[in-house]
Design a protein around this ligand. Structure first.
Ligand SMILES: [Zn+2]
Length: 109
């Protein structure tokens, strides 16, 4: 009879698909990234920089703002160059992120 105390063999590794996402997130938590984010938002005056119909978006702090990589990191954009950053509101950030994903997924003939 084997007594199963603690059941060490039943530990399930839940990390199978997660390390990549965790690594990407960790990069966003570094002091360097925070400084970059602050620089990008400050330069924008804490206001969304998206332009629609020739008019700049009016959303500004205290609304939630995103320091967005103009060329996304996964596309080779410089992660900590303020010139590769822009301040976006939530909806413009979502639109941009979606548009980039569509571009990335586009089939090239
Ligand atoms: Zn906006």
């Amino acid at each position: 009879m084997v007594k199963q105390i603690g059941q060490p063999h039943r530990q399930v590794d839940l990390r199978s698909a997660k390390p990549i996402a965790k690594k990407a997130d960790a990069e966003l938590l570094t002091p360097e990234h925070r400084a970059w984010r602050t620089a990008v938002l400050q330069r924008a005056g804490y206001r969304c920089q998206a332009i629609e119909d020739g008019k700049r978006c009016h959303v500004s702090a205290p609304a939630r703002l995103f320091a967005d990589h103009i060329v996304e990191r996964k596309d080779g954009g410089a992660p900590l160059d303020p010139r590769n950053g822009q301040c976006l509101c939530g909806s413009h950030h979502t639109l941009k992120t979606h548009a980039e994903r569509v571009k990335r997924m586009a089939i090239k003939y």
